[in-house]
Write a protein that binds this ligand. Sequence first.
Ligand code: PEP
Length: 261
Amino acid sequence: MRNPIVAANWKMHKTPSETEDFLRGFVVLAKAGEPVDIVIAPPYISLAAASAALTQHDSIKLAAQNMHYEQSGAFTGEISPLMLREMLIHYVILGHSERRAIFGETDEIINRKVLAAHQFNIKPILCVGETLEERDAGRLEEVLTTQLKGGLAGVSADQMINTVLAYEPVWAIGTGRTASSAQAQEAHAFIRSVLANLYDPETARRVRIQYGGSVKPGNMEELAMQPDVDGALVGGASLESGSFWEICRAAAAGATRKASA
Ligand code: PEP
């Protein structure tokens, strides 16, 4: 069985002191422990504060929201995998739809980042997903296949098992409009079938695929009960510690019900 993984994508929110405040509250809530992997992705500038706040809580892992693919060089404003590794950052979100749409990241650039992350033992959380126009035009499978093939080029089966995928329909991100659990399951099952073709069925079975797009405490459990949904990548609802904790608990509850069904 795959352990669910729930990640908080804070985007451009929370200063270092706000990060400390959040984590002070969150670690108290999380003390009891839940059978989900919990990842928090603050802005770069708040990673050091987060790392210090989590020294006694190493089950909660940190992620960066992006990185460059080179290890150093003349890339003003960029952060490298070497730098993240030294800060003991375990995950990096790559290919988020905001990076693709606002910052022009292509599958080729994202692929270079995925490969660089693995080189430095940082697990990529690779985001894929279609726009509403693409879905309405019947292009869901084509878009997902292109993003997966492009983003995962040259990734070995061993590296794939240490890659997390996030299915994030662009029309559901920050809009309050969640994909139904049936829509999420359909896309996740399709993604797993693409992985089985690119790798093998066993590798495909082991890869965790998060759902992302307006996840809240109230819709997480049903999403997590879907056979191919392994947790969530959460934006807006991860900014408040109580709400993020409820999502973690709901993901755990959904996975437990799924296992016993
Ligand atoms: C995201 O940005 O990855 C995301 C899913 O955002 P939200 O939960 O706010 O829709």
